[in-house]
Design a binder for this molecule. Sequence first.
Ligand code: BTN
Length: 257
Amino acid sequence: MSHKTWPAEAIWEQVYPLLPNFTVEILPEIDSTNSELMRRARAGQHEPTLLVAERQTAGRGRMGRVWQSQPGDSLTFSLSLPFAPKDWSGLSLAVGLSLAESLHPQVGLKWPNDLWVQERKLGGILVEAASMGGRSQVVVGVGLNIRPRPVEGLNTPPTALAEWQPGISAPQALARVAAPLIQMLLDFETTGFAPLQARFEARDVLKNRRVHTSDGAQGLALGVSQSGALRLQTDAGVLDMHSSEVSVRPFPAEDKP
Ligand code: BTN
């Protein structure tokens, strides 16, 4: 893949008026775009940056998981910018919502921020924050499956954008999602998650389904709150789950737990 195939300049032109000092970087290889932007933030480099890697040698997922991808089969990038919202809650949901809306009406959201199509994972998001000398910086990492590939060790095989948009490439997907995502982050900084609740709900794949969580809770998913918590109707009442350090799975449709 040549660097010329990436829409770096077009994205820069869209975003620069919103974010002075914005830069776009495309790297053939790095350990992890999130790790690199976190290192830079901790070293005091605060310029808003979109960093794309054609290959990651140590891609990271949520909850200490590994994010595996092959060049061309997936789009892997991170975005770093100074960020000072009044309330951070719901941020990762807002990121997922922006991506889903930029990609396709059929892309659903599985709380907190997995992109799902027909019960299969299309992509994931890893949001991290660095705070240095009273300034805070957010690093938003996105991994999107572009072409189908077998993945060992997952009980549900992932899906990929090209399954229903044949021929789409990682650079084309980036061109679709990057500028709207940056606009979403800037809007979130002032207004938070509450105005996005209804739009999230329209794509919420867990709503009205029985789910179980990695920390042992189970119940009926009622939707998300104004602060982005997953609301679960359990035997002990309604539980608002805020932590994204849990994973949630729906019971298969035929199960009656
Ligand atoms: C998840 O589903 O657990 C989140 C996956 C996030 C993967 C992306 S790929 C680009 C960025 N760099 C990383 O190391 N991780 C994120």
